[in-house]
Design a binder for this molecule. Structure first.
Ligand code: ATP
Ligand code: MG
Length: 419
């Protein structure tokens, strides 16, 4: 088995990286909580139909990126490529429309897409996302984006972010836009990739989101929705923009921004990170999906949400973003009595919540001191017959900042004072 490695595009998160993840997740939970979101833990796999029907047949995700398999019972199962579909399913399945509205939910966890692995693009990656149900007005989008941008700029200290916003209209005005777009794309049909030529009939908006160079060039010249927006979509979008101004959230209107999922109505947005991310520079994205709950058989309920790529966020954070885990007390033993004492002190200090290391290899005191140093222990106590007899010891800071003679019984409180 020596030649078995992790699957392509899938990464171990090693112990030295885990504090960054934990710290980032802690801040997400704190800020989501401040805005009234509660955590939901959705399953990592679902009935394949859930994703086909919500994300849309003509999308990159459904066409080529899903991990789909038939289980032993013959059911078609898919590893979740995103979180919204599951949250919407759970909202309906648990009758959350009967709860006081809005219902605000967030999730954190791995997603799976069979993509070409490259910088910032993995096959198992992690998202933090949030969904809001029951709010139809633009105040909802504005608050959601205020939260997202507060998270990124204040909580994570990021600069050079660009928030791009757009509207895709609704059932009243999108058909006219689709028609205008289809007309334009038909003229440029020869320049489109094979996928997009096929998408043209069924879902021309998809073409605007295609990553192929030829399609992107054609997309840049495509008609924009602005001209055909219905009155309600127009005033929703205008009000949304002025609420962003009021909240002091900088943004650019990008009339060509469509998203890779079919379910959006009206507002869509994307947050682009600085140049540090290379080609994969979208950090977060989302939008409004007022038809999705009803499309799955739930009571008509407006919804909106966003998802953020954790790997791309962490790539933007400086190395000093998170500490290195707990500070460790090293209990070094000079002799047999010292070892006995070290084991018992380790037991009582760990019970108090102190991280303790001690030697279990019978190494010399000198070797133990080297071990304490190389593991980066914060404090050391040397224990031996003398300490056992007197009930006192010397607590020493590893970097040599200070030392203090204390009773063994006071070790816990002495550490608390120093923490
Ligand atoms: P992209 O345009 O980069 O393919 P997307 O439109 O497919 O992104 P969404 O489905 O909106 O992305 O997911 C939200 C966020 O999740 C993205 O902005 C990105 O930060 C992250 N993300 C998406 N796919 C991947 C992936 N394969 N690897 C790492 N992060 C990803
Ligand atoms: Mg994608």
């Amino acid at each position: 088995v020596a030649d078995i490695t992790a699957v392509k595009g899938v990464k171990d998160i090693l112990p030295e990286e885990v504090p960054r993840w934990e710290e980032a997740e802690r801040r997400f939970r704190a800020v989501f909580g401040n805005y009234g979101y509660r955590e939901i833990r959705i399953p990592t796999f679902e009935d394949t139909q859930l994703f086909r029907r919500s994300i849309g047949e003509e999308t990159d995700i459904v066409e080529k990126e899903m991990y789909t398999f038939t289980d032993k019972g013959g059911s078609s199962i898919t590893l979740r490529p995103e979180g919204t579909a599951s949250v919407v399913r759970a909202f309906i399945e648990h009758s959350m429309a009967h709860l006081p509205q809005p219902v605000k939910l967030f999730y954190l966890g791995p997603m799976f897409r069979h993509e070409r692995p490259q910088k910032g693009r993995l096959r198992q990656f992690h998202q933090a996302g949030a969904e809001v149900f029951g709010l139809a007005g633009p105040e909802a989008e504005a608050e959601l984006l205020e939260m997202v941008m507060q998270l990124l700029t204040r909580e994570f200290g990021l600069q050079d972010l660009s928030l791009q916003v757009n509207t895709l209209g609704d059932d009243a005005c999108r058909p006219a836009y689709r028609q205008a777009l289809t007309g334009y794309l038909e003229i440029h049909r020869h320049g489109l990739c094979e996928n997009c030529r096929r998408r043209l009939e069924r879902n021309p908006l998809r073409v605007l989101d295609c990553k192929a160079e030829g399609c992107r060039a054609i997309a840049r010249g495509a008609p924009v929705i602005g001209g055909v927006l219905c009155g309600e979509c127009r005033s929703h979008f205008d009000r949304f923009l002025s609420l962003l101004d009021e909240a002091g959230v900088p943004h650019q209107v990008n009339p060509h921004l469509v998203r890779g999922l079919d379910y959006y109505t009206r507002t869509t947005f994307e947050v682009l990170g600085g140049s540090g991310l290379g080609a994969q520079n979208a950090v977060a994205a989302g939008g409004r999906y007022d038809n999705l709950v009803a499309a799955f058989g739930g009571p008509p309920t407006p919804g909106l949400g966003f998802a953020l790529g954790m790997e791309r966020l962490l790539a933007l954070l400086p190395p000093e973003f998170a500490g290195t885990g707990p500070r460790v007390l090293y209990l070094a033993a000079a002799d047999g009595e010292g070892r006995l004492l070290a084991r018992s002190l380790a037991r009582s200090q760990r019970a108090r919540g102190v991280a303790v290391a001690l030697d279990l290899l019978g190494r010399s005191l000198k070797a133990q001191m080297r071990a304490a140093d190389s593991m980066g222990a914060a404090w050391v106590v040397v224990l031996g017959a003398q300490e056992a007899a007197s009930g006192r010891c010397v607590l020493k800071e590893m970097t040599g900042g200070w030392r203090e003679e204390i009773a063994l019984a006071d070790l816990g409180t002495a550490l608390e004072r120093r923490m």
